[in-house]
Design a protein around this ligand. Sequence first.
Ligand SMILES: NC(=O)c1ccc[n+]([C@@H]2O[C@H](COP(=O)([O-])OP(=O)(O)OC[C@H]3O[C@@H](n4cnc5c(N)ncnc54)[C@H](O)[C@@H]3O)[C@@H](O)[C@H]2O)c1
Ligand SMILES: [Zn+2]
Ligand SMILES: [Zn+2]
Length: 384
Amino acid sequence: MLAMDYRGPYRVRAVQKSTPDIEHPNDAIIRVTRSCICGSDLHLYHGLVPDTRVGTTFGHEFTGVVEEVGSSVQNLKVGDHVLVPFNISCGSCLYCQNQLYGNCHEVNPGATAVGGIYGYSHTAGGYDGGQAEYVRVPFADVGPYKIPHDLDLDDAVLLTDVFPTGYQAAEMGGVKEGDTVIIFGAGPVGIFAAKSAWLLGASRVIVIDQLDYRLEFVKRFAQCEAYNFREMEDPVVFLKKITDWQGADVCIDAVGAEAAGSAMQRLTGVKLKWQAGSAIAVQWAINSVKKGGVVSIVGVYGPTGNLIPLGNAVNKGITIRMNQASVKRHLPRLIEHIQAGRIKPSEIITHKIPLEEVAEAYHIFSSKLDNCIKTILVPPSEMH
Ligand SMILES: NC(=O)c1ccc[n+]([C@@H]2O[C@H](COP(=O)([O-])OP(=O)(O)OC[C@H]3O[C@@H](n4cnc5c(N)ncnc54)[C@H](O)[C@@H]3O)[C@@H](O)[C@H]2O)c1
Ligand SMILES: [Zn+2]
Ligand SMILES: [Zn+2]
């Protein structure tokens, strides 16, 4: 089969690999119909995630048709069209029972922090991902969700990660009626966090980024205020000023480890790797939230520590919440929002690129060329 192949930082290509087989009675083999490139894949592509092995296939956001099921699979049958949450989860451990599917304890042996994620390095379990024609889906009775007939495939694939993650960001922020919410990052995750803040009752939504084309898009898509931090002398002072010098009720980090905006954070976090990524977006979030407010982090960081202003967080009495999104938990509610016409996720898709051209697709998304927001890779069988 054709599959994306990681060759080292900034080097990926499409190659022929052997098609995956059923390895366990609860596995399914899925023929991929759509897969996306995510901001999280960029951390892999840039060589920032430990134990990203040459020869692995990325891709944790995909839809597909069930091609084969193991002998114990009960909820799926051959021919079902499913969307597959990026988290691999067993469905029965203590965490899964509490719907913390992103924190499953059984799918990444030996790891005490991160769970299992498709195509996300051996740190996250060493599973091959869906930027391929076929993918093996373990615990097939737990993750895959049958795509309702009235749901567009391009909307469905965005339910595997970025929409639920943006939604969970707002949910962890405890966004409630009347709140002012600031979101750092106008990538797919920040865009959905902005829309979700309204869905949860916010009365003011502000998005910060450095790319004007994304700020313009989020303004239209989520009807929010949007500002470029490159035009501000000090983003924290600017944000305080426009929030009556109090700050926001909720601040969301939808940027993660590669945040721009501080030479010191970039040097220590991205170049020298003395900390697990640049923490400037979290720093701005802590400093521009109200006393007693909530900072919600969905941006991804590595396994060691980061430089954040802990003293300010303590003295302001803020709550910091964070997690990998538990995609499965949000699906019924988010599908309702789509069916009711409150949101059309696929409007964020700017590029549909054949899987064969995966190298070009990563380059465009990584370098933010051609006003790129979200890229979908289309396998040969779906090119019509
Ligand atoms: N927790 C989860 O479950 C989960 C799921 C999906 C993605 N993520 C993470 O969320 C983050 C965003 O993902 P994405 O797909 O939107 O990525 P993306 O790379 O498309 O978007 C990130 C955006 O942040 C902007 N940015 C850079 N520095 C900034 C700063 N200091 N302040 C404000 N904006 C800044 C960039 O210009 C870019 O537009 C990534 O770290 C990704 O790994 C987490
Ligand atoms: Zn993702
Ligand atoms: Zn589990």
